[in-house]
Write a protein that binds this ligand. Structure first.
Ligand code: ZN
Ligand code: ZN
Length: 282
């Protein structure tokens, strides 16, 4: 297993995209930390000082050193997570995964329906440059799309909804953006890690990505392949009435801003989130 070849897709490369939040981190709870890598967020779950924590998602291509620094700044030098849990397998969520797995030698978990895209067996449909939206949608075909090969280093999440090493959390299947997309929810304080099921900055607009202008909106347009499932997933998350949400892109949102924005998105999903045209819109 140790010498199993791990590799990124052949089109993996550094993406020179950034945002006003890049390199910054925010503690939304004492044990819930969101850190921005260029345009995407990673999340560290665990209380500094306790020694045990889990990393959610693995950033952009070439960002392993930044992620290790963020981890060591928070948990101490030489610290490593107990596991890495993936909300889904898009390049901007697995970008540094292989370097991190080699550095830390920790297990990786994802939904079983996402495993084909993490083990080189299936590739995501091409991003849709024709979708209604801004400049980043137009250049999305230049984003890496070939599947990463993690072999037996990635394992399916337990079927019963429990999350390895995070006993207070449950994973929820929130497909639509990808087939095996998940979100993580903690009932005790209604904390939500949403992945890209919904995001707080529109990802097709270069200006909004750069400035990180907050608005609760649907999953990134050029990548979302099943808008019916995406709508159901947003409704499922809105029904939980989360008190705080860390999303894959954009700043964490809490309180009334989250409740009102998510309720509005769930009620008016087709108008707010679904593009007017695009090859995955029917
Ligand atoms: Zn995504
Ligand atoms: Zn994303």
């Amino acid at each position: 297993m140790a010498d199993e070849p791990l590799h990124y897709g052949e089109d993996y490369h550094f993406i020179p995209a950034t945002s006003a939040a890049s390199g910054l981190g925010v503690s939304v709870r004492p044990d819930l930390y969101c850190h921005t890598i260029q345009i995407v967020n990673i999340c560290l779950v665990g209380r500094p000082g306790d020694g045990a924590f889990v990393l959610i998602d693995a950033g952009m291509p070439g960002s392993a050193d930044d992620i290790i620094s963020a981890v060591e700044d928070r948990f101490g030098s030489g610290s490593r997570p107990q596991a890495i849990i993936l909300t889904h397998g898009h390049f901007d969520h697995v970008g540094a995964l292989i370097e991190l797995v080699r550095e830390w030698n920790v297990p990786v978990y994802a939904h079983k329906d996402e495993l084909p895209y993490l083990t080189g067996k299936a590739r995501y449909p091409e991003p849709d440059a024709s979708v209604e939206g801004g400049l980043l949608a137009k250049i999305s075909p230049f984003f890496p799309n070939e599947p990463i090969q993690l072999g037996s280093r990635v394992q399916p999440l337990p079927e019963d909804g429990t999350v390895p090493h995070l006993p207070e959390f449950r994973w929820l299947h929130t497909p639509g953006h990808t087939p095996g997309h998940i979100s993580l929810f903690r009932p005790r304080d209604a904390a939500l890690i949403a992945g890209d099921a919904f995001v707080t900055v529109r990802q097709d607009s270069l200006y909004k990505v750069l400035t990180q202008q907050t608005e609760i909106t649907g999953p990134p347009r050029y990548y979302t392949i099943d808008w019916t499932a995406a709508r159901e997933s947003v409704r499922k998350l809105a029904a939980l009435f989360p008190s705080v949400a860390v999303t894959g892109h954009g700043a964490p949102v809490a309180g009334d801003e989250l409740r009102d924005g998510l309720t509005k998105l769930a009620c008016d999903f087709d108008r707010i989130a679904v593009p007017d045209y695009g090859k995955y819109v029917h």
